[in-house]
Design a protein around this ligand. Structure first.
Ligand SMILES: [Zn+2]
Length: 94
C-alpha cells in the first residue's frame, strides 16, 4: 500500500490535529481522560498564547483531571458529537 510515504486518506483525529482547527465552524475541542471522563475545553486561552499551530498531542500534558491524571487525550469533534450532561472534570492547567 506504500506510495512514497503519502497517505491517500488523512487520519489526523488525534495527534496530528492542530489546535487552531478547533475554532472552525461547528467544531469543538474535547478532552478525554483514561478514567473515562470527558470535558469540553475552550481553546481560546491557548490560541491567545500563540499555540494555534500546536498539534493537540503537545498540549495534552497541560490538562488535569479530577481523578489526578496529569494528561488527557485531546480531540476535535463536530458539535453533533458532543455529549450533553455528565461531561466535566478536566481542566486546563496552564
Ligand atoms: Zn481522569
Amino acid at each position: 500500500m506504500a506510495d512514497g510515504g503519502r497517505y491517500l486518506a488523512r487520519n489526523w483525529s488525534y495527534g496530528e490535529a492542530r489546535l487552531g482547527w478547533a475554532t472552525a465552524a461547528r467544531s469543538s475541542l474535547w478532552a478525554r481522560c483514561a478514567c473515562g471522563r470527558e470535558a469540553a475545553v475552550d481553546p481560546r486561552p491557548w490560541i491567545a498564547q500563540g499555540l494555534g499551530r500546536q498539534v493537540l498531542h503537545d498540549l495534552e500534558t497541560r490538562l488535569r483531571c479530577v481523578c489526578g491524571a496529569r494528561r488527557a487525550s485531546l480531540e476535535i469533534r463536530g458539535l453533533a458529537e458532543a455529549p450533553g450532561a455528565g461531561a466535566g472534570g478536566i481542566h486546563v492547567f496552564r
